[in-house]
Design a protein around this ligand. Structure first.
Ligand code: PEP
Ligand code: MN
Length: 338
């Protein structure tokens, strides 16, 4: 249920509604709008009488039921797009930030060198996995805390914030200490214990879509973070598992306009895990900018042939720079900047 406050309702009226909702056992979430505030009430099933108490309070305009399975992520609750600030880098506005870096952190020198090169090309953030969710338990699993320290060093040298994956609720506190944004990988999009844990923190979460998750399931998964109080969620389409084998996954580019219609959360594209081959990363990235994506996350490695993971889909720093230049032209044509 959404509680729509009247235009001009004052702070005291809002505070009283929040307090009452809390006393009645709901979890109220305030969503500040330009014109008026609305409050999302979660946990109201079968409690119509209690909800009506709130409907009759001073300053309340109306109660609107939320028809979708997802609530706090929906446009019904918040019609304006959300802008998520990650240590000063803003996702969801006119600018389209580009995150770049290797699939896995392979050591301090390597991540610093990559960070310097992607910064020179115009990237806004570093990516790099320290905990790797590999398909096989026999593949390299990441440098763990040492990798986080390496990323922190690269941030210190370049000033670029970083995103890194967290694969398990027991690592949330450790990753929190270092990262500017948590990444939840495609394989963990429905790891609800992990999502709830991240919802209790105040750091942004880059939540990737699963390889076989419908948009409705995806947005509903984001509720596990939002309903715990963390409103800083950025979505990311990274390709679906289909019958096609020429690419690693099939990029569902239509997820961008669909999600923009249904949700206020920023939606990014990961062209690298969709393509699986570096040759396709450029065309998919340009399509992402043209269709209105709010950011990109691209794998870049100083020497892709020697990468410990995902070398085949990684761009060299020179290829990345060239791509950044061509994406800038497309961004201008659609009224955005990179
Ligand atoms: C990654 O970003 O390196 C990764 C493992 O991505 P995904 O979860 O989309 O497969
Ligand atoms: Mn990867």
């Amino acid at each position: 249920m959404i509680v729509v406050m009247k235009i001009g309702a004052d702070k005291e009226q809002l505070a009283r509604v929040l307090e009452t909702a809390d006393e009645l056992g709901f979890s109220p979430h305030i969503i500040e709008g330009k014109e008026r505030n609305v409050i999302g009430l979660v946990g109201i099933a079968g409690q119509r009488d209690k909800v009506n108490v709130i409907g009759n309070m001073d300053g309340v305009d109306k109660l609107v039921p939320i028809s979708k399975a997802y609530k706090l992520a929906s446009k019904e609750v918040k019609p304006e797009p959300s802008i998520i600030d990650v240590s000063g880098v803003k996702f969801g506005g006119v600018n389209i930030p580009v995150i770049a870096g290797p699939c896995s952190v392979e050591g301090e020198e390597m991540i610093i060198k990559t960070a310097e090169l992607i910064k020179a090309a115009g990237a806004s953030m570093i990516r790099g996995g320290a905990f790797k969710p590999r398909t096989s338990p026999y593949s390299f699993q990441g440098l763990e805390e040492e990798g986080l320290k390496n990323l922190a060093k690269a941030r210190e040298v370049t000033g670029l914030p970083f995103v890194t994956e967290v694969t398990n609720p027991r690592y949330v506190d450790m990753v929190y200490k270092y990262a500017d944004m948590f990444q939840v990988g495609a394989r963990n999009v429905q790891n609800f214990a992990l999502l709830s844990e991240l919802g209790k923190t105040d750091k942004p979460v880059l939540l990737k879509r699963g390889m076989s998750t419908t948009i409705e399931e995806y947005l509903t998964a984001s509720e596990y973070i939002l309903s715990e109080g963390n409103k800083n969620v950025i979505l990311c389409e990274r390709g679906l598992r289909t019958f096609e084998t020429a690419t690693r996954n099939t990029l569902d580019i239509s997820a961008v306009p669909v999600i923009k219609e249904k949700s206020h959360l920023p939606i990014m594209i990961d062209p690298s895990h969709a393509a699986g081959h570096w040759q396709y990363v450029g065309p998919l990235s340009k399509a992402a900018v043209a269709i209105g994506a709010d950011g990109l996350i691209i794998e870049v490695h100083p020497d892709p042939a020697k990468a410990w993971s995902d070398g085949a889909q990684s761009l060299t720093p020179a290829q990345f720079k060239e791509l950044m230049d061509s994406m800038r032209t497309i961004a201008l044509a659609v009224g955005r900047t990179i």
